[in-house]
Design a binder for this molecule. Sequence first.
Ligand code: S3P
Length: 175
Amino acid sequence: MREFNKHIILIGFMGTGKTIVGIELAKHLAINYIDTDKEIEWKEGTSINEIFSTKGEEYFRRLETVVFSSVINSNSPSVISTGGGIVLSKKNRIAMCDSLVILLQASPEEIYARIKEDTDRPLLKNEINLLSQITNLLNQRQKLYKEASNYTIETGGKQISEIVAEIVKCINFKE
Ligand code: S3P
């Protein structure tokens, strides 16, 4: 079986498919899968929504950095899906440097269509103009996503299996 010497980290805005793509990619590569949001929820014993509403975003971001650093340092090469705001912290961006970082991308309209019914994303909850909130946040973060990533994959209109196949090509190209 193939040996991997690096983590494969999936970054990107909410609703770009990091979780489902990560799960399928890890299955395909037969390596460990980790989701930083799930790790945070497990560590705190509650949901991301609850953490935001009771302790605030700043607390969540500090926790995210602690969890991300420990995930990166204490696991064998894994597929790691991250929360959409992971790139906001310089510490997190530096921690990614030794990994293969894949940016999953989609247009604001596509993201809107995918997440408009969801209630588990505190930064988009109760937004009167959801599409413009998505567009604004995406614009604020786009530069950081690009800087932190080795490859960008457009996810719009694609099947999960196609996205996984594109990531596998990037891995083969890099090694
Ligand atoms: C966030 C994205 C969420 C979660 C939290 C904050 C963000 O993860 O970490 O709600 O700042 O973009 P997903 O990208 O998996 O929705």
